[in-house]
Design a protein around this ligand. Sequence first.
Ligand SMILES: *Cc1c(COP(=O)(O)O)cnc(C)c1O
Length: 386
Amino acid sequence: MSEREQGFDTRLIHAGTPQPRIEGAIATPIFQSAMFEYAGERDYHDLRYIRLNNTPNHRVLHEKLAALEGAEEALVAGSGMAAISTTLLALLDSGDHLLMQDCLYGGTHDLVHKDFPGLGIRSDTVDGDDPSGWEAKLTPRTKLFYLETLSNPLLQMPDIESAVAFARAHGLVTVIDNTFPSPVNFRPAEHGIDLSLHSATKYLNGHSDLVAGAVIGSARLVERVRRKLNHLGGTLDPHAGFLLERGMKTLGVRVRYQNASALSFAQALEAHRAVKRVNYPGLASHPRHARAKQLLDGFGGMLSFELHGGADAARRFLERTRLFLKAPSLGGAESLVTRPATTSHLGLAPSERERMGITDGLVRVSIGLETTADLIEDARQALDAG
Ligand SMILES: *Cc1c(COP(=O)(O)O)cnc(C)c1O
C-alpha cells in the first residue's frame, strides 16, 4: 500500500519517517546541528542549514503535513504568523492587491491593514459568504483571495466552493487559514484550494508548548514560499520541530474527541436560559450548518457565545468557571475561555469590532480534552450563578 492510500491516522503516525529509521530509532531524533557537511549542493537553497528549512526534522514534518492534506508539498515555519506573512510576501509584490474575507484572525488583519500599505500591497475585504459582492472589488492587480475555513471568533464559514470557482475564473491564488478545523476536519487541497496555512501552535501540536506554522499545497507554490522563508528567516527550530512531530501523532484522536465534546457542550449551552446565542457550525441554528456538514468531517473544538446579560454577564462567567483557564490561543489539551474584545481582537478599534459582530459580551471557548460532563457542569454552575 502506498503512503497516500493509507488511512489518515496511519499517515499521521508514519508519513515522512526516514527509511530506514535512523539507528532504528522509533521517534525521529532531534538534529540540533546548525549546518551539515557540504555534499556538492549546487543551489544556495539546497545547502543544509537550519534556516534553509531542510534538516531531517524539517523534512519529516514537510512530508507528513503534505500527506495529511493530500497535497504535493508542505513547509513548516517558526510561527503561524511567519507562515502567513511569508506566504503573502512570496505571492504579492508592491502594487499588487488581494481580496480578503472580513473578520480574519487579528494578527492577519493587522498585518494586511497596518504593515502592507507601507509596502504598496493593497487589499479589500469582502463578505466571504456573498459572492455577488466579489467581482466589484477586483482590480487589474488583484492576485490572491484569502479566506479562513472557520472564522475566529464567530465560527463563520465562507462560501469556499464559490471562492475557488471565482479565483479560477479570475486567475487568483486561493489561500486559506485552516487552523480551526485542522486537517482532521478539512483538507483544502481536496477542494481545489491552492495553499492551506496553519498555526501549528494550535491543533497540529496540541499541547500549548510551542509556536509553529505550516504552509501546505502545490510543489510550485510551496517552493516559492520556502525561498522567501529562507530569506526572511522565520524558520522552525529542530527541537520545536521534534515536539511538533510528537504532538501531531495524536492529532486524530484528539480532534475527534474535541469534535464530540464541543458539540455536546454547544448543545448544553444553547439549552441554558442565560445564553442568547451559540456560534458553533455543528448546531442546526448555525446559519451555514448545511455547508459545514457538507464540507467538514467534524465541526471542531472551537465555539463562541453571547449571554443575555451582555458584557457584565460574560465577565462574571469568566470569573466563575473553574476548569476553563482564562487564556488566549486554542487547540490544546486544556479548555480555555476568553473574551475576544479583550484579547485576540484588542488591536481593533471598538467600531471595527462592532461591525464584525464581535461584541464586548462575546465569550470564546476552546474545548480541550477534559471529561465532557465536567466541562458542561462547570459552565452550568457559572451560568446558574447569574
Ligand atoms: C493563532 C492563529 C494564528 C497565528 O499563529 P501563531 O502561531 O500564533 O503565529 C493564525 N491564524 C489563526 C486562525 C490562529 O488561530
